[in-house]
Design a protein around this ligand. Structure first.
Ligand SMILES: *[C@@H]1O[C@H](CO)[C@@H](O)[C@H](O)[C@H]1NC(C)=O
Ligand SMILES: *[C@@H]1O[C@H](CO)[C@@H](O)[C@H](O)[C@H]1NC(C)=O
Length: 164
């Protein structure tokens, strides 16, 4: 799957980066490599509904493809991406740069494309969706520990406000 391939690609990059760090005490290198054997994956699905969440029809609910998605922490945009044809987005973060509790307490996911883009009967203004994150577990991909964070749910915001 695309996200797995991307993850494996990132792992190779990380290992290459660790190897490229140059002459160093063996134990220091080990420390760096074990620190790098992890990633944080903020992912989820955006649905084409009035609140962006799954509707009564479960997985048959229409999704929101090609929607701009931002990860914001304390009002700062950390990363942006776009949902794929299945409405799925995924943002990979380096755990050496982001602390889990900070991500859970200060960060949210925003959909920047108006809902009217996927369904003309839905709002064309104030279409921003926001959601805090929750931890749903770790997945091992080879040696890599991938910490899974997902939105707890989306809300339709009345305006283009920029608070969390
Ligand atoms: C659920 O699916 C049925 C059958 O396709 C459809 O008639 C109904 O409108 C759907 N309900 C929602 C809330 O999407
Ligand atoms: C568009 O949204 C309206 C209102 O939520 C809904 O009734 C309709 O079924 C949606 N159309 C499609 C193609 O999903």
């Amino acid at each position: 799957m695309a996200s797995k391939a991307r993850t494996l690609f990132l792992v190779s990059l990380l290992i290459m980066a660790a190897v490229a760090v140059g002459p160093m005490a063996a134990e220091a290198q080990l420390g760096i490599i074990s620190g790098l054997l992890g990633l944080i994956n903020v992912h989820g699905t955006v649905f084409c509904t009035a609140n962006g969440n799954m509707g009564a029809n479960g997985t048959a609910t229409p999704v929101f493809p090609n929607a701009g998605v931002q990860l914001q922490c304390g009002g700062t945009i950390i990363s942006t991406t776009t949902t794929n044809a299945a409405g799925i987005f995924s943002i990979l973060l380096d755990p050496l740069r982001f602390i889990l509790t900070t991500l859970l307490n200060d960060c949210s996911v925003r959909v920047t494309t108006p809902l009217s883009t996927c369904n003309a009967t839905l709002p064309s203004v104030g279409g921003l969706l926001s959601s805090p994150l929750q931890f749903v577990g770790d997945i091992l991909v080879g040696l890599l520990r991938v910490t899974q964070l997902v939105p707890t749910g989306f809300n339709l915001l009345p305006s283009n406000s920029n608070n969390n």
